[in-house]
Write a protein of this length. Structure first.
Length: 95
């Protein structure tokens, strides 16, 4: 498990996607599904890095191919908030 490093900069994302079969993932973030903006402590702040925690889930909303090789996927971040043992036990009793 590891953090997922992303960028708010489209140019940075395309650069790191590579040249052979690049894939760029565009993320929609809501109130609970947000990454941590790391640009303020980065050695390369122009890359506008955002990190997501391990086990973050994503729902694919659409995909498309641009040109002959660049593939793009639009996804929504689905972050599950950890439950306390008390909340989990109460849910099992009701269910």
């Amino acid at each position: 498990m590891a953090f997922l490093s992303t960028s708010r900069s489209r140019e940075t994302a395309v650069h790191y996607a590579g040249l052979k079969q690049p894939i760029v993932i565009e993320m929609e973030m809501g109130m609970t599904g947000r990454g941590a903006d790391l640009s303020w402590l980065s050695q390369w702040p122009h890359e506008e890095e955002v990190a997501f925690p391990p086990l973050t889930g994503y729902e694919v909303l659409s995909t498309r191919v641009e040109g002959s090789t660049l593939a793009r996927a639009r996804v929504r971040c689905v972050c599950s908030q950890p439950r306390s043992p008390r909340t989990t036990a109460a849910a099992h009793r009701r269910g």
